[in-house]
Write a protein that binds this ligand. Structure first.
Ligand code: 48H
Length: 270
């Protein structure tokens, strides 16, 4: 308990003071936000790829912050396929689910199914418990770039952006930034829009997502998980949007494997 909270409580003969509750929230949030304005890794987007990357990197001892636009993490995973809230996984991704303790049922040789609500909840809890700090309701709207390298992200409250209010953002420095924003590949697009066609793709531009093909899409997503501009990595669906690869529909193993791969690549650099 901080001095100011002790003082506020001391003045009143009650156990629950509304303003103390407010003070705790504002103080604790502000303290952590200040702490995470500098991090080793800033992950943009809390879908399956971002959550696995956050879990692995935090467990490896990195100071990890994850910024998520929405209230909840989970991205496109909650709705399974067409809101049938089941997720399908292939054999290669099963060890990740087993490690985290997601209950998996084998339905066919090489086909596993999970409850999407359980899967999102476990991935989210694993990332947070491993030490990743999540700031929800925050959107990354720009990048810090210095000397030809990404050095951080530029943040605003999602409701500010949704209401199109003219409110200037704040900046957070990070050693490495991960674009895990899903189909939109928003962070890679910022590079092209503001710096030019400088991505490490064939043309320097985003090559765009291709039509649905589960097998090819799942393979491509892991191959395409890499550094796309100095200190900017791409993971998850955004990787196929950047490098040109099929979407894969409601199979989620590639997202977990992509999150795992980006974490390994980042762990290897420092
Ligand atoms: C803060 C942002 C911003 C921003 C976006 O879409 P996701 O679930 O992404 P992945 O890549 O982890 O998983 C993709 C998967 O869900 C999927 O869509 C599949 C498998 N599709 C196949 C198919 O054929 O359709 O999560 C991305 C997250 C979301 O929660 C966004 O809200 C968030 O990123 N986000 N957060 N700042 N600028 N942009």
């Amino acid at each position: 308990m901080t001095k100011s909270i002790r003082k506020a409580l001391g003045k009143r003969n009650q156990t629950l003071d509304d303003v103390v509750i407010s003070r705790v929230i504002v103080q604790e949030y502000t303290r952590e936000l200040l702490e995470y304005l500098e991090s080793d890794v800033a992950i943009v987007g809390g879908g399956p790829a971002g959550m696995v990357a956050a879990y692995r990197l935090a467990r490896a001892g990195k100071k990890v912050v994850l910024f998520e636009r929405r209230l909840s993490l989970g991205g496109g995973m909650w709705g399974g396929g067409m809101m049938f809230n089941k997720c399908v996984f292939q054999e290669s991704s099963k060890p990740i689910l087993d490690e985290l303790g997601v209950r998996v049922a084998k339905v066919h040789e090489g086909y596993y199914v999970t409850d999407s609500i359980e899967t999102v909840s476990v991935l989210c809890a694993s990332a947070v418990k491993a030490g990743a700090r999540v700031f929800n309701c925050m959107s990354v709207e720009d990048l810090m770039v210095r000397g030809g390298r990404v050095t951080g992200v530029v943040l605003n409250w999602s409701p500010v952006m949704a209401a199109q209010l003219h409110v200037d953002p704040l900046s957070a420095r990070a050693g490495v930034v991960v674009d895990a924003t899903g189909h939109a590949a928003e962070i890679a697009r910022i590079v092209v829009r503001k710096i030019g066609k400088k991505l490490r793709t064939r043309t320097g531009d985003l090559l765009g997502e291709e039509p649905m093909w589960a097998e090819a899409g799942e393979k491509a997503i892991v191959e395409h998980t890499k550094e796309i501009y100095p200190s900017l990595y791409v993971a998850g669906m955004a990787a196929n949007a950047v490098f040109g690869g099929p979407r894969m529909g409601p199979i989620f193993g590639g997202m977990l494997l992509s999150g795992q791969k980006v974490a390994r690549l980042i762990e290897a650099i420092a």
